[in-house]
Ligand binder design. Structure first.
Ligand SMILES: Cc1cc2nc3c(=O)[nH]c(=O)nc-3n(C[C@H](O)[C@H](O)[C@H](O)COP(=O)(O)OP(=O)(O)OC[C@H]3O[C@@H](n4cnc5c(N)ncnc54)[C@H](O)[C@@H]3O)c2cc1C
Length: 420
C-alpha cells in the first residue's frame, strides 16, 4: 500500500483526476501544508480541460436553464444547425437530467442560482493570481475583454436576461454599433448589426499550458503524480475510505474526487447520486486562420465561441448528449466552422485539428463542491459544466479550506453534493 509523504502535522491528501480542477485542488492543498498525491490514469490536462474555449467567464452569471426553457428545448433540438444535440438511444437515458434541468429554470430558482454563480465566478480570476505568481507564466491568462456579436435585433434582444444578470452583478457591459464592432475587431461579416463588449473579461491563451504550469510547480514542490486508474474505494476504520487503484490501494487523511465527468460513477460507489451529465463540446483549431482576431468572440444565436490562442484560432460549440462512452462525432466541428465562417468571411480553415471534450454538467449550472454525504473525509470537486476552466482555482481554494475544516471564502452550501 502506498502512503503519501507527510505534510505539515502529518496531513496527507489524495486528489483523483488531473484536469484543471484536480490540479488546482492539488496545488491549493499543497499550499495549505498537505503532502499531496495526484492520481491520473491518462495524460494530465488532456481531457475536457484541454480543448475548451479558454474564456474566463467571470460574469457568466446566468445559468443555462432559464424560465421558458421547456418550450425552447424542442425547438433547439429540431434546429439542424443548432448546438443542442441528443443522440438517438440517449434520449431516455438523459431524460431525468433534462427534467431536473427544466425545473432548475423556474424564476425563483434562477434568482438563487445567479447569486450562487456570481459568488464563485467573481472570485475566479483572483484565485488564479497567487497560483500563477508562484508557478510563473502569468501571460497564459490575458485581459482582452470579450465581444458578443449579433446579426439581428432579435438576437440582441434574446440576450437581455444574460446582460441584465451581468450588469446587476456589477460587470461592465458596453453596447456597440456595427461600426464600433468593426473598429474594435476588423474582419467581421457585414451581417453583424450590433455588438456588446465586456471589457473586464480575460481569457486563457493555452488551457493545456495553464494546467501544465501549475502541475510542474506542484511537482517541483514535492507533490506526487501517480499514473493509475482509480477503480473504487474500500472501507477503512477511521478517515476517508482507501482509494483502490489498478496499481494498488492508497490512503490519506483527505481524498478529493475531481475526475470531471467520470466523477459521477466514482461518487456512486461512495453512495452519492449526483446528476452529472456529459455535455460534449467540440472545437476546430485553425493553425492559419488568415484573419487577425484579437479579442475572444461569441455569437449567442449561433452558439459559437471563437478564441485567439497561442497555437491558432479556436472555434468551439455544441452541447451533445451521447453518454460518456460513445465515439466523438467530428462532423459536428463542420457545423462550428460554418458558423465561424459566416461571422468571419475571410477565415481560412484548411489547417484544422478537431477535438471533442466532455463537460461535466449539472442540471442547475452549479458545480458540486463539498463533503461526500456518506464519507465526510472525501471532498467532491466536479460538475463545473461550461465554466470549469474559470472555476478551477477558486474550487481548489474552497476545497483546501473545507479540508482544513475552517471557514470558506464563500458559503459553499449552494454547491453541496446532496442538494439534488
Ligand atoms: C467545447 C468546450 C468549450 C469550453 N469552454 C470553456 C470556457 O471557455 N471557459 C470555461 O471556464 N470552461 C469551458 N469549458 C468547460 C471546461 O473545459 C470544463 O468544465 C473543465 O475542463 C472540467 O475540468 P475537470 O478537471 O473537472 O475535468 P477534466 O479536464 O475532464 O479532467 C478529469 C480528469 O480525471 C481523470 N480521471 C477520470 N477518471 C479517472 C479515474 N478513475 N482514475 C484516474 N483518473 C481519472 C481524467 O483522465 C481527466 O484527466 C468548455 C468545455 C468544452 C467541451
Amino acid at each position: 500500500m502506498s502512503r503519501s509523504a507527510n505534510g505539515a502535522d502529518g496531513r496527507t491528501a489524495i486528489v483523483i483526476g488531473a484536469g484543471i480542477v484536480g490540479v488546482c485542488c492539488a496545488v491549493s492543498l499543497q499550499r495549505a501544508g498537505y503532502a499531496v498525491t495526484l492520481i491520473e490514469r491518462d495524460q494530465p490536462g488532456m481531457a475536457c480541460s484541454f480543448g475548451n474555449a479558454g474564456n474566463i467567464g467571470s460574469s457568466s452569471f446566468l445559468p443555462y436553464s432559464t424560465p421558458g426553457i421547456a418550450r425552447r428545448i424542442p425547438k433547439m433540438l429540431m434546429d439542424k444547425r443548432g448546438a443542442l444535440k441528443v443522440r438517438p438511444g440517449q434520449f431516455l437515458k438523459s431524460l431525468p437530467w433534462f427534467v431536473r434541468f427544466v425545473r432548475a429554470g423556474r424564476a425563483d430558482r434562477v434568482a438563487r442560482i445567479i447569486e450562487a454563480r456570481r459568488a464563485i465566478l467573481t472570485r475566479a480570476l483572483d484565485a488564479y493570481e497567487p497560483l500563477l505568481r508562484d508557478a510563473g507564466g502569468r501571460d497564459v491568462i490575458q485581459a482582452k475583454g470579450k465581444l458578443m456579436l449579433f446579426e439581428s435585433e432579435a438576437a440582441f434582444q434574446a440576450v437581455q436576461r444574460d446582460l441584465g444578470a451581468r450588469r446587476d452583478g456589477g460587470a461592465r457591459v458596453d453596447v456597440l454599433s456595427s461600426d464600433e464592432v468593426r473598429q474594435l475587431q476588423p474582419g467581421l461579416s457585414p451581417s453583424i448589426v450590433k455588438g456588446v463588449f465586456l471589457p473586464e473579461l480575460s481569457h486563457c491563451v493555452n488551457p493545456l499550458r495553464l494546467t501544465r504550469q501549475l502541475l510542474a510547480h506542484f511537482l517541483a514542490r514535492g507533490g506526487i503524480l501517480q499514473a493509475a486508474e482509480v477503480k473504487g474505494f474500500a472501507p477503512r476504520g477511521d478517515g476517508p475510505p482507501r482509494v483502490m487503484t489498478d496499481s494498488g490501494p492508497c490512503e490519506a487523511s483527505v481524498v478529493v474526487l475531481a475526475a470531471g465527468v467520470w466523477s459521477k460513477a466514482l461518487a456512486r460507489q461512495l453512495g452519492a447520486r449526483v446528476p452529472v451529465e456529459s455535455q460534449r463540446g467540440y472545437h476546430a483549431m485553425l493553425a492559419e486562420p488568415a484573419v487577425d482576431i484579437r479579442i475572444p468572440l461569441m455569437a449567442n444565436a449561433r452558439n459559437v465561441l471563437i478564441t485567439p490562442m497561442e497555437e491558432g484560432l479556436r472555434c468551439t460549440g455544441i452541447a451533445e448528449h451521447a453518454g460518456v462512452e460513445a465515439a466523438p462525432n467530428y462532423a459536428l466541428t463542420d457545423l462550428v466552422l460554418d458558423h465561424a465562417r459566416a461571422l468571419i468571411p475571410g477565415l481560412r480553415t484548411e489547417r484544422v485539428s478537431r477535438w471533442m471534450g466532455q463537460r461535466p454538467s449539472t442540471p442547475d449550472s452549479l458545480p458540486v463542491i463539498g463533503r461526500s454525504p456518506r464519507h465526510p473525509g472525501v471532498i467532491f470537486a466536479f460538475g463545473h459544466g461550461h465554466t470549469g476552466l474559470t472555476m478551477g482555482a477558486i474550487t481548489g481554494k474552497l476545497v483546501a479550506e473545507l479540508a482544513a475544516g475552517g471557514p470558506t471564502t464563500i458559503d459553499v452550501a449552494p454547491y453541496r453534493p446532496d442538494r439534488f
